[in-house]
Design a binder for this molecule. Structure first.
Ligand SMILES: Nc1ncnc2c1ncn2[C@@H]1O[C@H](COP(=O)(O)OP(=O)(O)OP(=O)(O)O)[C@@H](O)[C@H]1O
Ligand SMILES: [Mg+2]
Length: 182
């Protein structure tokens, strides 16, 4: 089973994946694979981001990981993988996201772009273009440390996502925050 762990940059995908790995789960870093396998086909200078050949990435993940029992595929593009069986979107209050991205020393322009993307549910909208609603979960990690967030993901996984009711899509709405960031 391939579980995509996605979310706006700064929501904690890498940090939480490290805890999942410490707990014995196989985790893979999708950005690293794209780089190592030569799937980066250009650079979007305006957005200061790499352009990835998502079809090649899809084939690689499908061929190498789809027979695994459980593997977490971590990265802000992982929800675009059609071969993913479950999509976990990490959500984070825009104020906390701003703080997380500041720790990473991101430029104000990039912080602003991601702040807006989180408020506008960009990742969720993209995920819904590829996957059915039932495959997608949203977890608000704002008031959770990385260990609590990882424990919750482990619990959901071990129970075969049968206890996912609370994490159904559409419960998270940061829309009022867009007016506050001046
Ligand atoms: N739940 C949390 N509580 C407090 N701080 C957090 C939490 N999750 C992440 N952070 C902090 O926020 C910063 C960004 O986290 P991280 O790099 O894991 O995000 P990411 O989603 O992997 O981002 P990217 O898409 O850029 O790789 C890190 O400094 C991390 O320590
Ligand atoms: Mg990361």
């Amino acid at each position: 089973m391939i579980i995509a762990l996605t979310g706006t940059p700064g929501t904690g995908k890498t940090s939480i994946s490290k805890v999942l790995a410490e707990n014995g789960f196989e985790t893979i870093d999708l950005n690293k694979i794209a780089q190592e396998q030569g799937f980066i086909i250009g650079r979007d200078e305006k957005r200061d981001t790499n352009i990835v050949d998502i079809e090649k990435l899809e084939d690689f993940i499908k061929n190498n990981y789809s027979s695994k029992n459980i593997v977490f595929v971590e990265g802000h593009l992982s929800h675009l993988l059609k071969c993913a069986d479950k999509i976990i979107i990490l959500r984070c209050h825009p104020r906390m996201l701003r703080s997380n991205l500041s720790i990473k020393n991101w430029k104000e322009e990039k912080i602003r772009e991601n702040f807006e993307a989180e408020i506008l549910d960009v990742i969720l909208c993209e995920a819904l273009e590829v996957h059915s609603e039932e495959k997608i979960l949203e977890i608000d990690v704002t008031n959770k440390n990385v260990y609590d967030a990882a424990s919750l993901i482990i619990d959901l996984t071990k129970k075969g996502f049968k206890n996912r009711e609370k994490y159904k899509i559409g419960n998270i709405d940061w829309s009022e925050e867009i007016l506050k960031d001046f």
